[in-house]
Design a protein around this ligand. Structure first.
Ligand code: IPE
Ligand code: IPE
Ligand code: MG
Length: 260
């Protein structure tokens, strides 16, 4: 049987619609529960203008704010933003410390709006290596929003997919060594529950900006059947309408999960 794509993108030229029309269209169909985003292209955006890379990161924070609002407006349950990878430590020390300070300030200044929108912030990634003042600021917002029941916002910060898997395998190995579990009893569910994202459904949709066709060590276990949407738009230029177009495109896809 031929499968006919449905959803908003099958009937409408999404490029012609404005932000509010897109929002209305997307909200009239089931929205994905979990969208994950690789926010890439800050450096190139700044370099194209002859500006320092830091200017791109600052504008990237503004884009993240726009997208969090848009995700909340569209009714996503989970949004995961890749803010700093374990590989990003290899950048020049000045860029790393600038990014750390910028991200901490951005997260702390977001607290009032997160409270107003009932958004809960959580961090995935390793705490070790993160400068103490940065960690304290982040903890304040994580604790302050802990009882919020709206959009669950995950920031992947000092995050690496392989580190996450290593941590999970070590935790399971410890349970085996303690006699709680035998190797043959280990199931996918055990691995899933040992990840940083243990109580979060896998992303339905993964967005990457700036056109790179790679995963860059993001959510390696969780994206096994995630739909991909890659745009050449650089992250500082990404806005609500882009998120809505990605969701509309997703709504028109047929997910087969290996079936027919
Ligand atoms: C994404 O932008 C932000 C982080 C990785 C922290 P980049 O800084 O990677 O920008 P490009 O890829 O160099 O343009
Ligand atoms: C991925 O972007 C990491 C984040 C967005 C935080 P990178 O710019 O670090 O990835 P590569 O180097 O292009 O793979
Ligand atoms: Mg990059």
């Amino acid at each position: 049987m031929a499968v006919t794509p449905s959803g908003p993108s099958a009937r409408t030229d999404l490029a012609k619609l404005g932000e509010l029309e897109l929002l209305e269209l997307v909200r009239s169909h089931p929205v994905p529960a979990h969208v994950a985003i690789i926010m890439d292209g800050n450096g190139r955006w700044a370099t194209q203008r002859g500006w320092p890379r830091a200017a791109g990161h600052k504008e990237g924070v503004t884009a993240a704010r726009r997208v969090i609002r848009a995700a909340d407006d569209v009714g996503l349950r989970y949004l995961t933003l890749y803010a700093f990878s374990t590989e990003n430590w290899s950048r020049p020390a000045q860029e790393v410390s600038m990014l750390m300070a910028l991200l901490e300030r951005a997260i702390v200044s977001e607290l009032p709006e997160l409270m107003e929108r009932n958004v809960r912030l959580r961090i995935i990634g390793r705490a070790d290596g993160v400068p103490a003042p940065v960690q304290r600021g982040i903890d304040r917002v994580v604790n302050g929003t802990a009882n919020n029941t709206g959009l669950q916002l995950f920031m992947a910060f000092n995050y690496g997919g392989r580190d996450e898997l290593l941590d999970a395998f070590r935790a399971l190995a410890r349970r085996v060594a303690a006699g709680e579990l035998t190797p043959d009893e280990i199931t996918e569910a055990h691995v899933t529950r040992a990840l940083y994202t243990k109580d979060v459904p896998d992303p339905d949709l993964l967005i990457r900006t700036s056109g790179e066709m790679r995963v860059s060590n993001f959510l390696l276990w969780q994206i096994a059947y995630t739909e991909l949407w890659i745009t050449p738009t650089l992250w500082p230029e990404f806005g609500a309408a882009d998120l809505y177009r990605a969701v509309a495109d997703f709504q028109g896809r047929v997910r087969r999960f290996g079936g027919v």
